[in-house]
Design a protein around this ligand. Structure first.
Ligand code: MF3
Ligand code: CO
Ligand code: CO
Length: 254
């Protein structure tokens, strides 16, 4: 698939989809506590997306994914499948929400610390968050994809964490995963030139240990091979002439 440029009308729809996806994370945050299962989090989000937002949870049945959200706990890198396992004090969980509204996708994820976080987990999450924002801040028409990746990589590696290579950000719109691929490492001033009206995600996954990952036999769950902690944050971004617009800001960040 080629890269799509969104018209002003399509940008409006992306803005709405993005805002709705962020509202799901705002809504679920108070439920992320010791004792709740990831299935329960899925169930609450599913109901909210379908009934309150009148939107579609994009992951459900996407290439056979069985649930409405992704829940990735501790050493799970991404695409964790909600299940009956309960969160416990000291866990860190990434909740990744994608909704479809009026034909367009909004995709965003955040880290949540369950109860009292460990120092390492908090630092890993913070460095990942900072890396995501440094990548986003590179974005404007005329810049290149490599500028995003290089900014993320510089920050993460300076802090002696590793960057997952097998999964990346992506174009987004009518499609969940459109071109281009947005790598979270690379060389500045290389790669595709960003144009006004492109919409894409920045969603670095970083590990406390080695960058190597493995896919579990369920066909979805991606874990760190050395079982070290992993963290991820994600926003959906619109490229503008003067810079960028973050479409998935939560209520607190707007
Ligand atoms: N939301 C993920 C992303 O950021 C994709 C999840 S695909 C699923 O691209 F099938 F696992 F839901
Ligand atoms: Co994404
Ligand atoms: Co996502």
């Amino acid at each position: 698939m080629s890269v799509t440029i969104k018209t002003l009308e399509e940008q409006k729809k992306m803005r709405i989809a993005g805002r709705l996806a962020a509202s799901v994370l705002d809504m679920i945050s108070e439920h992320v506590k010791p004792g709740i299962s990831t299935d329960k989090l899925d169930q609450i989000c599913h109901r909210y997306i379908v009934e309150d937002l009148e939107a579609i949870p994009a992951p459900l049945n996407y290439r056979g994914f069985p649930k409405s959200i992704c829940t990735s706990v501790n050493h799970v890198v991404c695409h964790g499948i909600p299940g009956d396992k309960k969160l416990k004090n000291g866990d860190a969980i990434n909740i990744d929400i994608t909704v479809i509204k009026d034909g367009f996708h909004g995709d965003t994820s955040r880290m949540f610390q369950v109860g009292n976080p460990t120092i390492l987990s908090e630092r890993l999450s913070r460095v990942c968050y900072e890396g995501m924002w440094l990548g986003i801040e590179q974005i404007r028409a005329g810049k290149r994809l490599g500028d995003i990746g290089a900014a993320v990589q510089r920050h993460v590696e300076k802090n002696r964490f590793s960057i997952v290579r097998e999964y990346c950000g992506h174009g987004i719109g009518r499609g969940f995963h459109e071109d281009p691929q947005v790598l979270h490492y690379g060389k500045s001033n290389t790669g595709l030139e960003l144009l006004e009206g492109m919409t894409l995600t920045v969603e670095p996954m970083i590990n406390a240990g080695k960058r190597t990952v493995k896919l579990l036999s369920d066909g979805w769950t991606v874990v760190t091979k050395d079982h070290s902690l992993s963290a991820q944050w994600e926003h959906t971004i619109l490229v503008t002439g003067s810079g960028y617009e973050v479409l998935t800001l939560g209520a607190k960040d707007r």
